[in-house]
Design a protein around this ligand. Structure first.
Ligand SMILES: [Zn+2]
Ligand SMILES: [Zn+2]
Length: 387
């Protein structure tokens, strides 16, 4: 362990009670995507108190940024945390359970925000040792996608050479991290399809164009995108998640609606799927005399981690946690994360921070980011900032 790491760990222990308090306060007062007013104000107040410079609020929505450095010139490393909560009713019965009905930090963004605040606090006491300025990005609206794009449009990546973020991970022990270079999380797009036939009496199907039968063929045919059109070595998911049609036992409806998600781990393959889907839908509808409207909404790109940045995280992780606690992830996940938008612009990486295996899954009503994971995340982010 380097002397600097020892200093970071000591500083982390000193500030930890305050940061645990911040995390629990945020957990108790969650705010939905796009409404992170109080969270942003709390973040900005702390950054001001610790003497960060060039603090900006209202960045791409409720985003907050601040810089720390020996000098503020030159290429920066950015550290990013997301701040928003989810529309889920919390049921875990924590003493600091959400005080807002139907809103909770079920993805642990309270923990991400607190961890990054902790790193800012530690580094504010060591700023003369920073080899390059560090930019802290507190991002709104991750869950609804758009927060990252808004901050990028506001110019937060100016003069930033690389970017790092973490996500609390329930299948990993506290004190461990999971890293992977290359694709780490999937792209996620959505589609809305309306199939228009011509309704009528269920007893006389030959006088109608049945949109339910047509749409059923479309559901089947769309599965051939991943099974017959994309290489088996490229992972793609086309999932129809909604199928709405009809109002009675004896009426063939005029329309059927399908909605769903498209996921992938390769941005080039992703770009082809929309056209493949359009071709299949048009072909099936033509075969059954139906008409259609297809809206394909591009969501997040693939999270592709940069190998050099991952090497730096690996080294920092080994120094702070011990090499045995840095796990190399064999496979990516088909979950998505809007951190991908930053990685389209500059090199960077997201890593997983263990929150313990006894914690329930992300996006469930009993999820709770473990306070025990905070010091590891804080020390690791601070270590990355120092030489
Ligand atoms: Zn989430
Ligand atoms: Zn999340």
């Amino acid at each position: 362990m380097s002397p600097q790491t020892a200093e970071i760990l000591a500083a982390t222990q000193r500030i930890l009670p305050e940061i645990v308090g911040v995390r629990r306060h945020l957990h108790r007062n969650p705010e939905l995507s796009g409404s992170e007013r109080e969270t942003a104000a709390l973040v900005a107040n702390h950054l001001t108190a610790w003497g960060l410079e060039k603090i900006q609020v209202g960045v791409g929505g409720h985003g907050v940024t601040g810089i720390l450095g020996n000098s503020l010139d030159g290429p920066m490393l950015a550290l990013r945390a997301d701040m928003d909560a989810l529309p889920i009713q919390e049921t875990g019965g924590l003493p600091y359970q959400s005080c807002k009905a139907g809103v909770m930090h079920a993805c642990g963004h309270d923990g991400h925000t607190a961890t990054l605040l902790g790193a800012a606090h530690v580094l504010s006491e060591m700023r003369e040792f920073l080899p390059r300025p560090i930019k802290f990005l507190f991002q709104p609206a991750e869950e609804t996608i758009g927060g990252a794009e808004g901050m990028i449009a506001a110019g937060v990546l100016e003069n930033v050479e690389s970017i790092v973020a973490l996500h609390g991970w329930p299948n990993l022990e506290i004190g461990q991290i999971g890293i992977r270079s290359g694709p780490m999380m999937a792209s996620a797009d959505t589609f809305d399809l309306t199939v228009r036939g011509s309704g009528g009496h269920a007893a006389y199907p030959h006088t109608t164009v049945d949109p339910i039968v047509t749409a059923s063929h479309i559901v089947q045919a769309l599965q051939t995108i991943s099974s017959r059109e994309i290489s088996p070595l490229d992972s793609v998911v086309v999932t129809v998640t909604q199928f709405h049609a009809g109002t009675a036992y004896n009426v063939i409806p005029g329309t059927a609606e399908l909605k769903g998600t498209v996921r992938g781990l390769n941005n080039t393959v992703r770009d082809e799927i929309q056209a493949r889907m359009e071709r299949i839908v048009a072909g099936v509808c033509a075969a059954f005399r139906a008409d259609y409207t297809l809206t394909y909404e591009r969501g997040t790109p693939v999270v592709v981690n940069d190998a050099t940045v991952i090497t730096r995280i690996e080294a920092a992780g080994a120094d702070v946690l011990g090499a045995e606690n840095v796990t190399y992830l064999e496979t990516p996940t088909m979950g998505a994360e809007d951190f991908a938008f930053y990685l389209e612009k500059i090199p960077g990486a997201m890593f997983r921070l263990g929150v313990g295996t006894e914690v329930t899954a992300l996006h469930t009503p009993t999820y709770n980011f473990s306070d025990g994971a905070l010091p590891h995340g804080i020390a690791l982010l601070a270590r990355l900032a120092l030489p």
